[in-house]
Write a protein that binds this ligand. Structure first.
Ligand code: SF4
Length: 689
């Protein structure tokens, strides 16, 4: 879908900057990007945000990697692809021979395509023989997926973005939607303004959506599980539940009701700081609404109890009958463009594609027959476990693509120390990232505008992207590089185009059974599960839940308290997250002039009262010190935060200023997603120069 008009070409692609999955045409003249034009994207219509519209200069940045690099002492030298691939294969083979295949780890990227995630896990499993493979959704959304698996059986948004727009009530918990998922937020804002949709925002920070809300609730950090459980208990105690829905479609009510016994409104008020009357009001908002959608993101998931709280959200939706119909349901908002897809593709240690378990002999037999190999039988290591296995000397080689792990993983001091201990480290990226500085080999990858493939957005929508520009220099699309590594290791992969990889995915992954490139041509899209005949599923569960008796499961969850509440030594809570202008750590957006000039560096938000108490003004440098590290950062005084709560964006120009110098190694107990939001600091004023 490249249309040429004279010397100008228009090519359809899908935005890489968040899970909304906006699609648009990019107008180019030679390698020059003239403009981005959304025409009729299935997720975005004619809208984009600032990143989608203006965020593409980085593709031509002088910092782009254009040749493979091999370490020589403290520096790197340029290498040919043949030399680099042969070297990677030799070292991987040597380490596997010395210490076994499980001495190697593979990390795919949620920025890359489905086809690339599929090949990364295929390389790990079928060529190396390890299930040590994961992707960066481990850093954000795995707890949401866990909560949904437990209760409704599919780990994805239960409906479409259009359902969110059609709901009577939207509850947004721990999601800064206007900045993290801007086009989706626009649709909520529109429904709120024009259609009278009710909006409740629950967050520790008063961001734009909180200011627009009919009800803004600000609980003590890390206590969402408590108020969600108290509301569910109140609804059941007052017999306000959807009895017919529970009777017909849900198991486990008695055990669930018993598990709620501790969560009275009064106790919830004590723990969360939210008045019992407010919680009652929120309960009635849900009961009275014509359909409730709950949106949640990393404020919920990046906690020690992220999976438990995600479970509590889904439980509450079940109790109130908010599944199986339009305008209702659960919407974990996926952060990166392909968080959903990278997990769907089996770039996870316990699942091959489509959440089919690696320890299920029937599943393995299917993949073994297709790939003509024996596959490893037990669960591998996730990202978090890999870092610790490196420190323990059990993991000796790591192949990482598309993630600046030394900036975005939690407690990067520990992560960097792990990188130093590796016997062999391959980093595949568009830029020479901070993480790449620890590598033995750096492989130059092409960004999304220089490749074909598919992404799966937050509403399970699979869309094609087409090559807008040829790969710069000698950079290559990730799927070609992975194929090169596999073949240098002795495989005989012959994929000429990502469409052939998708054909293999469709044959092995039932959720994608009917996905073909033809059915995704141009702006066409499909939402999984996709049947063989191409019928897709905009709204899940209309024929019941994917459990043996077709019923959903109320799952008794438990409250897991934060590990680092503020105390006398570390007296401030440090919240952290995204900002509108930047994508994640900022590797791409800092290299895009129009964006970098709007948001040139990181900062820490300090509330008005705290600023006055400490004698601070905007622009002053402070040192933040946690149990895990310290950063020097500029203050921004704002009324978005209050009390002893600070906020710092996750993007940073320098690795020394990254918020993850401060975060710890504690994680969600079920999924090992880092508890980024559970960190206490103290603030030291630095002298004014
Ligand atoms: Fe890209 Fe997300 Fe903005 Fe859409 S909302 S243009 S997908 S960053």
């Amino acid at each position: 879908h490249a249309v040429r008009e004279g010397s100008i070409e228009r090519t359809k692609t899908v935005c890489t900057y968040c899970g909304v999955g906006c699609s648009f045409e990019v107008w180019t003249k030679g390698r020059h990007i003239l403009k981005v034009e959304p025409t009729h994207g299935p997720a975005n219509g004619v809208s984009t945000c600032v990143k989608g519209k203006f965020g593409w200069d980085y593709v031509a940045a002088k910092e782009r990697l254009t040749t493979p690099l091999i370490r020589e002492g403290a520096t790197f030298r340029k290498a040919t692809w043949n030399e680099a691939l042969a070297f990677v294969a030799r070292r991987l083979r040597e380490l596997a021979a010395e210490s076994g295949p499980d001495a190697l780890g593979f990390i795919a990227s949620s920025k890359c395509t489905n086809e690339e995630a599929f090949l990364m896990q295929k390389l790990a499993r079928s060529v190396i023989g390890t299930n040590n493979v994961d992707n960066c959704s481990r850093y954000c959304q795995s707890p949401a997926t866990m909560g949904l698996w437990r209760t409704v059986g599919y780990g994805g948004d239960s409906g479409s973005i259009s359902d969110i727009e059609a709901a009577g009530l939207v509850i947004a918990i721990g999601t800064n939607t206007a900045e993290s998922h801007p086009v989706l937020a626009t649709r909520v804002k529109r429904a709120h303004k024009l259609r009278g949709q009710r909006l409740v925002v629950v967050d520790v920070r008063e961001h734009e959506m909180a200011r627009r809300a009919d009800l803004f609730v600000r609980p003590t950090p890390g206590t969402d599980f408590v108020w969600l459980s108290a509301i569910a208990k109140y609804i059941l105690d007052e017999q306000l539940e959807d009895k017919a829905f529970l009777e017909q479609h849900v198991n486990g009510l008695d055990e669930f009701r018993a598990s709620l016994a501790p969560w009275t409104l009064e106790r919830a008020q004590d723990i969360t700081g939210v008045p019992a009357e407010t919680l009652k009001r929120l309960a009635h908002e849900i009961v009275d609404a014509d359909g409730t959608c709950v949106l949640w993101a990393m404020g919920v998931t990046q906690q020690r109890g992220g999976s438990e709280t995600s479970t509590a959200i889904s439980n509450l939706l079940l109790v109130t009958g908010n599944y199986m119909r339009p305008g209702a349901g659960s919407y974990p908002l996926r952060g990166h463009n392909n968080v959903q897809g990278a997990s769907d593709m089996g770039a996870m240690p316990n699942f091959v594609g489509g959440y089919q378990r690696v320890d299920d002999p029937e599943v393995r037999a299917k993949f073994e027959a297709a790939w003509n190999v024996s596959l490893p039988t037990t669960k591998g290591l996730d990202n978090h476990e890999m870092v610790h296995a490196i420190h323990d000397g059990k993991l000796r080689g790591l192949y990482l693509k598309g993630e600046d792990m030394g900036l975005v993983d939690a407690n990067v001091n520990v992560v960097e120390a792990a990188f130093e201990k590796l016997d062999f480290f391959v980093v595949q990226d568009v830029f020479f990232s901070h993480t790449a500085s620890f590598a033995d080999v750096v492989l130059p990858a092409s960004p999304s505008l220089e490749k074909d493939g598919t992404f799966t957005n937050t509403e399970r929508r699979i869309q094609r992207l087409y090559e807008v520009l040829a790969p710069l220099g000698e950079s290559r699309p990730d799927w070609r590089i992975i194929q090169g590594v596999a073949n240098a290791l002795g495989a005989n992969w012959q994929y000429e185009h990502p469409g052939e990889i998708m054909a293999e995915i469709a044959s092995l992954v039932p959720l994608y059974a009917g996905v073909t490139y033809e059915r995704l041509a141009g702006f066409a899209s499909l939402q999984w599960p996709v049947a063989h005949d191409g019928t897709d599923t905009p709204l899940l569960f209309t024929n019941g839940f994917p459990f043996p008796d077709g019923k959903a499961q109320l799952y008794p969850a438990r409250f897991i308290e934060p590990l680092e509440p503020p105390d006398d030594t570390f007296d401030l809570h440090l919240n952290n997250g995204r900002m509108l202008e930047h994508f994640h750590e900022g590797n791409m957006t800092f290299k895009t002039e129009g964006i970098a000039s709007r948001a040139p560096d990181t900062f820490v938000e300090v509330g008005l009262e705290l600023a006055e108490e400490r004698g601070l003004e905007s622009g002053r440098f402070v040192r933040l010190v946690s149990r895990h590290g310290a950063v020097k950062v500029r203050v921004l005084v704002t009324n978005r935060v209050s009390g002893n709560i600070l906020y710092m964006p996750m993007n940073a120009r320098s690795a020394e200023d990254a918020v993850n110098r401060l975060t710890g190694s504690h994680t969600d107990l079920s999924t090992h997603t880092p508890a980024y939001k559970d960190v206490a600091v103290r603030m030291e004023l630095l002298p004014v120069k």
